[in-house]
Design a protein around this ligand. Structure first.
Ligand code: URA
Length: 428
C-alpha cells in the first residue's frame, strides 16, 4: 500500500507550530494503529503536540480518528436511557462503586467501562476484583444482559474500543507525554463516545492527588472534553471537584469496597456520600429521570442493585474480603486540629504498600492500603491514631513512611484549614 504521507513530515509540521490537516490526522492515527508509523515517530509527534498544542478542530478530528480505529457500542435496544460517568482519577475515589447501582436503581442504564490503576491513583476494576469470584471481563452480549437485568454494569473496556488509544496511552506513559490536554481529552472522550451512552458526566479532579493539580488546567481539560462530547452527540457535563484530600477514609482496594458498601447501607463518610449524590443527580437529570437518588439509598434499592450487579459477574457480595497481613498505626505527636492530609502523599504511600502497580502487568494486593482516622478540621489529642497502614509485606512500611513525610499536619486549634471545596465548578 502506498502511504499518502510520511510520518516525519507530519511530525515536522507540528514541531514547527503548524495546524495539521484533517487528512494528516486521519492518516497518522490509523497508520500508527496499523504499525506503519513507528513508536518513536508517534512519541515525537506526541511531544510536539504537548509543546505546541492543537486547535479545537484538530482535537475533534484526532478524537474521531481514534474512535474510527475500533468499534462503536450500541445501546439503542435497551428500554432505559443510558448515561455514564468518568472520573479523571484520584486517591480514594471509589465513587463509581456506589454511584452505578444508585443510578441504575433510579431507572437509568449505566454501562461503566472502567480501567485499572496506574501510578498513585486506584482503578475501579482492581477494587472490585477484591470481591471473591468477581469477573471484570465480559463479552458484549454478557454486558448487555447485565444491563438489561440490573440496569448497571462495571466491567473492563474490550480491546475493540478505540484501539489507537490503548497503544498511544501506553506510549505516552513512558515518554513524558501524558500531561497534554489535547491528548488527555481525546483519549478519554474517544472511549466514552465510542461507548455510545446518551449522556455523560465528567468528574474532573484537581488538587495534589489529581492528574491536573492546577485548577485552571483542570478547567481547560473539562471545557475541551465537554465540547468534544456535545459535538459528538453525547450530552456532556463536567464537575470540577477537589482532590487535595483523599475521598473518604479508605484508600486501597478491598478497604474501598467496604467503604462503598457502607455508603450503600446508608452510612459512609460524608464527602463520599455527598459527591456520589451530586454526580447521581447530574446523571439522572441528563437521563431525564426525576427521582431523588437519596431515596434509593435510604430504602435499600441501591444496595439491592449492587448485590445483583456483583452476583451477575460471578462475585459473592456476602463473602469476607481479603485483609492485609501486617498493619501499623501512625499517631499524632501533639494535639490540635488537622489542617492537611495530602492526597498525593497518601496515594503514593498506599501504592507503595501494594495497593497499586508500577507496571501495567503487575498484580495489586487486595488488602493493602491506608485507613485514615482524621481529616482536615478534625480535632485530635496527642497519641490519637491518624493513619493505619496495611500491607502484606512488612518491608513496604519504610517506603510508605518516606512518602508520608509532612502528609498529615496537626496545627494549634484555631488554625486556618486550607482546603478546596468538594465541588469547585460545573460546566455544561
Ligand atoms: N485517562 C485516560 O483514559 N487517558 C488519559 O490520557 C488520561 C487519563
Amino acid at each position: 500500500m502506498v502511504e499518502p504521507f510520511a510520518a516525519v513530515d507530519v511530525i515536522k509540521a507540528k514541531r514547527d507550530g503548524h495546524v495539521l490537516t484533517p487528512a494528516q490526522i486521519d492518516w497518522v492515527v490509523a497508520a500508527y494503529t496499523r504499525g506503519v508509523v513507528a513508536d518513536e515517530q508517534m512519541a515525537a509527534l506526541a511531544m510536539a503536540i504537548l509543546l505546541n498544542g492543537m486547535t479545537d478542530a484538530e482535537i475533534v478530528r484526532w478524537t474521531t480518528a481514534m474512535i474510527d480505529t475500533g468499534e462503536r457500542m450500541d445501546f439503542s435496544g435497551l428500554p432505559r436511557p443510558t448515561v455514564d460517568k468518568h472520573s479523571t482519577g484520584g486517591v480514594g475515589d471509589k465513587i463509581t462503586l456506589p454511584l452505578v447501582p444508585i443510578v441504575a436503581a433510579c431507572g437509568a442504564a449505566v454501562p461503566q467501562l472502567s480501567g485499572r490503576g496506574l501510578g498513585h491513583t486506584g482503578g475501579t476494576l482492581d477494587k472490585l476484583e477484591s470481591i471473591p469470584g468477581w469477573r471484570a471481563s465480559l463479552s458484549n452480549d454478557e454486558m448487555m444482559q447485565v444491563l438489561r437485568d440490573v440496569g448497571g454494569v462495571i466491567c473492563a473496556a474490550g480491546d475493540g474500543l478505540a484501539p489507537a488509544d490503548k497503544k498511544l496511552y501506553a506510549l505516552r506513559d513512558v515518554t513524558g507525554t501524558v500531561e497534554a490536554i489535547p491528548l488527555i481529552a481525546s483519549s478519554i472522550m474517544s472511549k466514552k463516545i465510542a461507548e455510545g451512552a446518551g449522556g455523560l458526566v465528567l468528574d474532573v479532579k484537581t488538587g495534589s492527588g489529581a492528574f491536573m493539580p492546577d485548577p485552571r488546567q483542570a478547567r481547560l481539560l473539562a471545557e475541551t472534553m465537554v465540547r468534544l462530547g456535545n459535538d459528538a452527540g453525547v450530552t456532556t457535563r463536567a464537575l470540577i471537584t477537589a482532590m487535595d484530600v483523599p475521598l473518604g477514609l479508605a484508600i486501597g482496594n478491598a478497604v474501598e469496597v467496604v467503604e462503598s458498601v457502607e455508603v450503600l447501607a446508608g452510612g459512609g463518610p460524608a464527602d463520599v456520600v455527598e459527591l456520589t449524590l451530586v454526580l447521581a443527580r447530574e446523571m439522572l437529570d441528563l437521563a431525564g429521570i426525576d427521582v431523588d437518588p437519596a431515596t434509593v439509598l435510604a430504602d435499600g434499592r441501591a444496595m439491592d442493585a449492587w448485590r445483583r450487579m456483583i452476583q451477575a459477574q460471578g462475585g459473592d457480595p456476602d463473602a469476607a474480603l481479603p485483609t492485609a497481613r501486617e498493619s501499623e498505626t501512625i499517631r499524632a505527636d501533639v494535639g490540635g486540629v488537622v489542617t492537611r492530609t495530602d492526597a498525593l502523599s497518601i496515594g503514593v504511600a498506599a501504592w507503595r504498600l501494594g495497593a497499586g502497580r508500577a507496571r501495567k502487568e503487575d498484580p495489586v494486593s487486595a488488602g493493602a492500603g491506608i485507613m485514615m482516622h482524621a481529616k482536615p478540621g478534625d480535632i485530635v489529642a496527642a497519641g490519637d491514631p491518624l493513619l493505619t497502614l496495611l500491607t502484606d509485606e512488612a518491608p513496604r512500611f519504610a517506603l510508605a513512611h518516606e512518602a508520608l513525610t509532612g502528609a498529615v499536619v496537626v496545627s494549634p486549634v484555631g488554625s486556618t484549614i486550607d482546603r478546596l471545596p468538594l465541588v469547585i465548578d460545573r460546566l455544561t
